[in-house]
Design a protein around this ligand. Structure first.
Ligand code: NAP
Length: 248
């Protein structure tokens, strides 16, 4: 039986690497995207080229109706869901706290936090034996910003990920008896396009002095940790927050 995995925000960056690595490990991967349809299709073709299986699926994780439609498709087409990676996320511009427009807090929390909550809620309804499912694994993408606070950069982003971590712990305890493991990965400075949206694509190099291993991480290095947490090799791991940060 092929295991089915939904990765949100998988059109590029860490999500795309999670999709590639999981497909190589035998998962059928649903590649969610919001605006980057071409990149999602290219990734699906890439996965097919090495013998994996994947499909692209549109949906804004911050939109309740989109999320419901994504999971309905999953139920109708596959009748099951074994893994969910809540990877979709946005990074706001670098700013001091007093200069932030409250509208931005709504945007950041609606994607990073509420988007994760919405997808977890739908996933439980597919995975839990209470609803006819067979258990599963959820991995949430947090950030070192949740622990470090992101002072002078984006305190609001750090808080949006802190909420994801608290929710990961609570949900792992609630869902353990249902055979659903819930964990989070806390990436540090990972080389992806996300830093451009903060207004500083050279951010990983600028902050390299804060990384004991002396370099930024790659999306694949973060992806490997995520796929390990999804796997049977992590069968006794739940409620854990795994830092993938080069020691930062
Ligand atoms: P990225 O390269 O900017 O990719 C973000 C992905 O999220 C894109 O595929 C984007 O798809 C998708 N996305 C954004 N908003 C969405 C929405 N509303 N609905 C569905 N998909 C959406 O980012 P990344 O660096 O790979 O980051 C992935 C995750 O890791 C994020 O949660 C981020 O906060 C976290 N993280 C990253 C770092 C880092 O240094 N890179 C560090 C700590 C944590 P579309 O283009 O289709 O919208």
């Amino acid at each position: 039986m092929t295991r089915v995995l939904l990765v949100t925000g998988a059109s590029r960056g860490i999500g795309a690497e999670v999709a590639r690595i999981a497909a190589r490990s035998g998962w059928h991967v649903i590649v969610n995207y919001n605006t980057s349809a071409d990149q999602a299709s290219a990734l699906v073709a890439d996965i097919a080229a090495f013998g994996g299986t994947a499909e692209a699926l549109h949906g804004n994780v911050a939109d309740t109706r989109d999320v419901a439609a994504m999971f309905s498709m999953c139920r109708e087409r596959h009748g099951r869901l074994d893994g969910l990676v809540n990877n979709a996320g946005i990074l706001p511009e670098i700013s001091r706290f007093e200069d932030i427009d409250p509208e931005r807090w709504q945007r950041t929390f609606s994607v990073n936090t509420v988007g994760t909550f919405l997808c977890c809620r739908e996933a439980v309804r597919l995975m839990s034996p209470r609803h006819g499912g067979q258990g599963g694994a959820i991995v949430n993408l947090s950030s070192m910003a949740a622990a470090l606070g992101a002072a002078n950069e984006f305190v609001d982003y750090g808080a949006s990920k802190g909420a994801v971590e608290s929710m990961t712990i609570g949900l792992s305890r609630e869902l353990g008896p249902d055979g659903i493991r819930v964990n989070a990965v806390r990436p540090g400075l990972i080389d992806t396009e996300i830093h451009g949206s903060a207004g500083d694509q050279s951010r990983t190099q600028r902050l390299i002095h804060s990384v004991p291993l002396g370099r930024p991480g790659s999306a694949a290095e973060a992806g490997e940790a995520v796929v390990w947490l999804l796997s049977e090799a992590a069968s006794y791991v739940t409620g854990s927050i795994l830092s993938v940060s080069g020691g930062r």
